[in-house]
Design a protein around this ligand. Structure first.
Ligand code: IMP
Length: 431
């Protein structure tokens, strides 16, 4: 039995969908524990492409149970659409294989509106959010104004809290953002539909996970976003509003920290970022454009072109430290093929000093100049590689240096988008 967490070690978009799907084969339960539909995991299964935002990737295996944990914020409209569209494509979904925590907070329509209004008003100072209402929903959770999935079972209670919440929000909409006040009746009408459609899936995820763990079932915890987007440890304020770090497995599901047996860190063979904020190894030149095109680096959720750059081992090392990563799952190695030289930052220079950590101040991080190590490129197609020795020597040198620089061994190397285009080195789910 193993409780395994898969965590993005950079700024998200490390290619989690494929890896989670692959690992799901040996898992019995797959759990999302933070974030919401700001995430977008693309999976290519049997030549079919699926873009999932809220439903855990385990859903494509009908015999596994997918759980949306209490730390997730759920936009019920999005979740309903996602379930409907998967069912239309022949995916089997029922309360037997999908469980939504009654404690997960709801993203209400006015959260989305507030997210957009704020970004618009901030203009140059904007965060570059996905506009999905993630921040405002987590704010309401922390300020104890939020509504939870379980509240859908008691419409009187729901409506009373909604009225209270909207009173405050409408002050902002009308007085600060010059928008019309939001009407609680429209939200209530929607809520009735949510209750009817989603009600059967809502339950006690905490108990389910405890039982599954006690019974020795293999549980896969599917992270969303990446460590540098963590609200506590990332490049604040250019972060999301949850904790994509391993600690959130405990807070977002109720699994005791000591029961997490293995943490694997997703590392894309280069770096990408969407939204604003510092990114020392960003390439704004032709090489950056080539990586974006070859790697299809356009947001699954928003379609935005991602900023691309060289691998930053300082960023990855920070993730290894913060999450206690036992292994790395390196993705998209094939994208680097054909580049004459490859670079990896292993330190920064700041005010003439060499530093091996991310400066705490965002201003300093913006000024940090990467110290690069240079690697020979490789021209050989790596998509057929199934063991390390199938890779060109240059690629192996690059991977070895990454492991050494960040202090964690590679457990898996992805060399193409298909499930089988993978070199598996670690035995994640031990009997
Ligand atoms: P929010 O999560 O929509 O509030 O956005 C906050 C920041 O996190 C923005 O820079 C987003 O682009 C970024 N972000 C949120 N979710 C993801 C993701 O799944 N992948 C990459 N970036 C993300």
């Amino acid at each position: 039995m193993t409780n395994l967490a898969v965590i993005g070690s950079q700024w998200g978009d490390e290619g989690k969908g494929k890896i989670v799907d692959l690992l799901t084969e040996k898992a019995d339960v797959v759990v999302r524990f933070q974030g919401g539909n700001n995430a977008g995991h693309t999976l290519v299964v049997g030549g079919e492409t699926y873009a999932l935002h809220l439903v855990p990737s385990g859903i494509l295996h009908p015999e596994k149970v997918s759980v949306v944990g209490s730390g997730v914020v759920v936009d019920p409209d999005v979740l309903m659409r996602e379930i409907e569209s998967l069912v239309q494509r022949g995916v089997k979904i029922s309360p037997k294989n999908l469980l939504i925590s009654e404690k997960a907070h709801i993203i209400l329509p006015y959260h989305r509106l507030l997210d957009e209004a704020r970004e618009k008003k901030a203009a140059d100072g904007k965060i570059g959010t996905t506009g999905r209402g993630i921040g405002p929903a987590y704010e309401d959770k922390a300020s104890r104004l939020g509504l939870r999935m379980g509240d859908l079972s008691d419409m009187d209670y729901f409506s009373q809290r909604l009225e209270n919440n909207l009173q405050e929000k409408n002050c902002l909409f009308v007085n600060l953002y010059g928008l019309p006040p939001q009407d609680s009746r429209t939200v209530l009408e929607k809520a009735k539909r949510w209750a009817e459609f989603l009600g059967p899936y809502i339950g006690n995820a905490f108990s389910f996970i405890q039982k599954a763990s006690d019974q020795g079932r293999n549980i896969l915890f599917e992270g969303a976003q990446g460590v540098q987007l963590d609200v506590d440890h990332g490049t604040y304020p250019f972060v999301t509003s949850s904790n994509p770090t391993a600690g959130a497995v405990a807070t977002g599901t109720g699994l005791a920290p000591k029961l997490l047996h293995h943490v694997t860190g997703l590392v894309k063979a280069y770096t990408s970022r969407v939204g604003e904020g510092p990114f020392p190894t960003e390439l704004t030149d032709e090489t950056g454009r080539k990586i974006r095109e070859t790697g299809a680096e356009f947001g699954t959720t928003t379609g935005r072109p991602r900023r691309c750059g060289w691998l930053d081992a300082v960023v990855v090392k920070t993730a290894v430290q913060l999450c206690g990563m036992d292994s790395l799952a390196v993705t998209k190695l094939d994208v680097l093929r054909g580049l004459p030289k490859i670079y990896m930052a292993t330190a920064y220079e700041l005010d003439g000093q060499k530093i091996d950590h991310i400066p705490a101040s965002l201003k300093d991080f913006s000024r940090a100049v990467p110290v690069y190590e240079e690697f020979a490129g490789f021209s050989q197609d790596v998509r057929a590689a199934r063991k390390l020795s199938d890779l060109p020597k240059e690629a192996r040198v690059y991977l070895d240096r990454l492991s050494e620089a960040v202090g964690a061994p590679a457990g898996l190397v992805s060399v193409g988008p298909e499930r089988n285009e993978t070199i598996v080195l670690a035995d994640y789910f031990k009997p």
